[in-house]
Design a protein around this ligand. Structure first.
Ligand SMILES: NC(=O)c1ccc[n+]([C@@H]2O[C@H](COP(=O)([O-])OP(=O)(O)OC[C@H]3O[C@@H](n4cnc5c(N)ncnc54)[C@H](O)[C@@H]3O)[C@@H](O)[C@H]2O)c1
Length: 255
C-alpha cells in the first residue's frame, strides 16, 4: 500500500453515514483523519475505532466552530491535503408552506457552511502549494422531487460553488469537485422516511430501490470510495466536476 501516513483530511459531518464511512475508508488507507460533527457520542465511538482518527465538536451553522475545526486540524494533522464538506440536512416543504427560517437554515448548513469551510481551506492549500476539496451535493442538485425546493436549491448551489472554487484556484494547485449521491442507505434516509414522510425506513428504502435501474440503494462506503479517488492526486486533471453516484436513477425517465 502507498505510504499515506503524512497525509491528512478534514471531514465535516464525519460522525456517521457517508461522512463516517469516509472517515473509516481514509483511516484504513493510513490517512490521518479529523472528523468534525455535532454528534459527540458517535464521534467518541469513531475515535475509539482507529488510531488515525481524531474528532472535534463542530456545528457548521456556526462560523467560529468551522474556524476552530481548522485550527484543530492544523495542530493535529501532519499536513492538510484534503477537505470533505459533507454536512447536509433535509427540511422539506412547498414554498408556500416552508418557513423562511427553514429555507435559510437549509442554505446555511448545506451551502454557506461549505463556503465558510472553503474560505479556511484555500489559504492553507495555497501555503502548501496543493490541496483537494470535495463537496457533497446530491442528484437533487440536478433534478427535483416534490417538496424539495430548499434542499435542491442548496445542492444546486453546492455544484456551482464547486465550479467557482475550481476555476478561481486551479493555478494555486487546488482542485475542487462535488459528489451527487442518489439514495444512499444512511441515518438521513431514516429521518426523511420517518420524520418527513411518516413511514418506516424499510418501507421507503424498498420503494426507492425500485426507482433505481440497479434495484437497490447505495452504500455509504461506495460514496467514500469515490471521495477517496477524487481527493487523491492520481486524478489531478479532474477539477470542477460533479459526479453522480446514483445507481442510474437520474438517467432513467420512466421505470
Ligand atoms: N443519504 C442519501 O440518500 C443522500 C443522497 C444525496 C445526498 N446526500 C448528502 O450526503 C451528505 C451526508 O448525508 P448522510 O446521508 O450521510 O446523512 P447523515 O444524517 O447520516 O449524516 C450527516 C452528518 O452530518 C452531521 N450534521 C448535521 N448537521 C450538522 C451541523 N450543523 N454541523 C455539523 N455536522 C452536522 C450529522 O450529525 C451527521 O453525522 C449530506 O450532505 C446529504 O445531503 C445524502
Amino acid at each position: 500500500m502507498k505510504d499515506n501516513s503524512n497525509k491528512g483530511i478534514l471531514i465535516f459531518g464525519g460522525a456517521r453515514g457517508i461522512g463516517g464511512e469516509t472517515a473509516k475508508y481514509f483511516s484504513e488507507r493510513n490517512w490521518n483523519v479529523i472528523a468534525a460533527d455535532v454528534l459527540d457520542k458517535e464521534l467518541a465511538e469513531l475515535e475509539k475505532s482507529s488510531k488515525n482518527i481524531k474528532t472535534v465538536h463542530c456545528d457548521v451553522a456556526k462560523f467560529e466552530d468551522i474556524e476552530n475545526a481548522y485550527k484543530f486540524a492544523e495542530k493535529e494533522l501532519p499536513r492538510l491535503n484534503g477537505v470533505f464538506n459533507n454536512v447536509g440536512i433535509a427540511r422539506y416543504g412547498t414554498v408556500d408552506k416552508l418557513s423562511l427560517e427553514d429555507w435559510e437554515f437549509t442554505l446555511r448548513v448545506n451551502l454557506t457552511a461549505q463556503f465558510i469551510s472553503s474560505s479556511f481551506a484555500v489559504p492553507i492549500f495555497k501555503r502548501n502549494g496543493s490541496g483537494s476539496i470535495v463537496n457533497t451535493a446530491s442528484v437533487l442538485g440536478h433534478m427535483n422531487q416534490k417538496t424539495t425546493a430548499a434542499y435542491a436549491a442548496s445542492k444546486a448551489g453546492v455544484i456551482a460553488l464547486t465550479r467557482g472554487i475550481a476555476v478561481d484556484h486551479a493555478l494555486d494547485g487546488i482542485r475542487c469537485n462535488s459528489v451527487s449521491p442518489g439514495s444512499i442507505n444512511t441515518p438521513l434516509l431514516k429521518i426523511v422516511a420517518e420524520d418527513i414522510m411518516g413511514r418506516t425506513a424499510e418501507d421507503v428504502a424498498a420503494e426507492w430501490a425500485e426507482f433505481h435501474p440497479v434495484r437497490r440503494l447505495g452504500k455509504p462506503e461506495e460514496v467514500a470510495a469515490l471521495v477517496y479517488f477524487l481527493i487523491n492526486d492520481e486524478l489531478g486533471f479532474i477539477t470542477g466536476a460533479d459526479f453522480k453516484i446514483d445507481g442510474g436513477s437520474s438517467i432513467q425517465l420512466f421505470k
